[in-house]
Design a protein around this ligand. Structure first.
Ligand SMILES: Cc1cc2nc3c(=O)[nH]c(=O)nc-3n(C[C@H](O)[C@H](O)[C@H](O)COP(=O)(O)OP(=O)(O)OC[C@H]3O[C@@H](n4cnc5c(N)ncnc54)[C@H](O)[C@@H]3O)c2cc1C
Length: 272
């Protein structure tokens, strides 16, 4: 924004309806899996060789016993907080709004504006809506930052009048591999609970799927030495985060980003 540079890059994404996608994944579970929707995990402890897992459902407290405990509870993972009480070093708040539009923009956009965030903001077309979102550090003026972003993007021709939805969520940004926590013993964390998410684009689906697969394979390969096997099976994923952090200055240092964008490397021309 401050450098006033725009570039178009070709990327291939799958644009999904998140709720339908989650429901479809749940539908794939085999019948022997007992699903309890709407339950809230509260605490756990290890006793007599098993995990005792406390959760609340419909106002009642339950305890489940299990040999393995797997935390897939996302960016604000309670399980991770119980293992490591200090907060994750870089946690952002993302605010996203949905607007109904008449003229859809046929592209996704990533907006870098140092006055709004040291991370990035985005617009995503989704059927008859355009989504506007930003990931900002948790400070007092997050809403004002979104308003400023809106004002700036309207000048580029975006329509943000007919707001239908607004939601917020946490997003982690692992700035070093030390922030990845895979658990230990028979307790494992997967996905964003483990801190596995791209530190440059905040994309986390592939990390969530790949870590889940790595864990499933680890349980099959080495059920009695799970932690060691899971560490081994996630090596590529963890290295991927290290490489992304090495690439980060070319996206997030204003000078280097300007050089990269001015060079036109990998960008494409758009003809009206
Ligand atoms: C606005 C936004 C847009 C995003 N867009 C993209 C994108 O386009 N592409 C991409 O790859 N990534 C995207 N991400 C990141 C992506 O959503 C996450 O990285 C990914 O969903 C992580 O998967 P997960 O299974 O680890 O956690 P989640 O998908 O967050 O799932 C965690 C689950 O645990 C549940 N849970 C949490 N606490 C408890 C508890 N105490 N008891 C019981 N259940 C609990 C939650 O309700 C949730 O269902 C986006 C994130 C945000 C916030």
């Amino acid at each position: 924004m401050q450098q006033n540079i725009e570039r178009y890059y070709q990327r291939n994404y799958i644009n999904i309806n998140r709720e339908k996608f989650d429901r479809w994944m749940v539908s794939l579970l085999p019948p022997l899996v007992h699903i309890v929707c709407g339950a809230l995990f509260t605490k756990h402890y290890f006793e007599d060789g098993v995990f005792k897992i406390h959760f609340r459902n419909n106002g009642k407290e339950y305890i489940e016993r299990a040999k393995y405990l797997i935390g897939a509870d996302g960016a604000f993972s309670i399980l991770r907080r119980q293992l490591l009480p200090e907060p994750f070093q870089k946690t952002y708040i993302s605010i996203q709004e949905w607007f109904k539009v008449k003229n859809q923009q046929p592209y996704f956009s990533a907006v870098f504006d140092g006055e709004i965030s040291d991370f990035y903001s985005w617009t995503i077309p989704k059927e008859e809506y355009i989504l506007l979102g930003t990931a900002v550090l948790p400070e007092k003026n997050t809403t004002q930052k979104l308003e400023l972003l809106k004002k700036r993007l309207i000048k580029y021709g975006f329509e943000f009048q007919n707001r239908k939805k607004r939601h917020g969520a946490f997003i982690l940004r692992p700035i070093s591999s030390k922030q990845i926590c895979l658990g230990g013993g028979n307790l494992a964390l997967i996905g964003e609970a483990a801190g596995l998410i791209s530190p440059t684009s905040a994309e986390g689906f592939s990390y969530a799927f790949r870590s889940a697969l790595a864990l499933a394979q680890s349980i099959q390969e080495s059920p009695d030495n799970l932690a060691k096997q899971y560490l081994k099976n996630t090596k590529e994923l963890r290295m991927n985060i290290v490489f992304k952090n090495m690439k980060a200055p070319f996206m997030y240092n204003a000078f280097l980003r300007k050089v990269a964008m001015k060079s036109g490397l990998l960008s494409m021309d758009i003809h009206a």
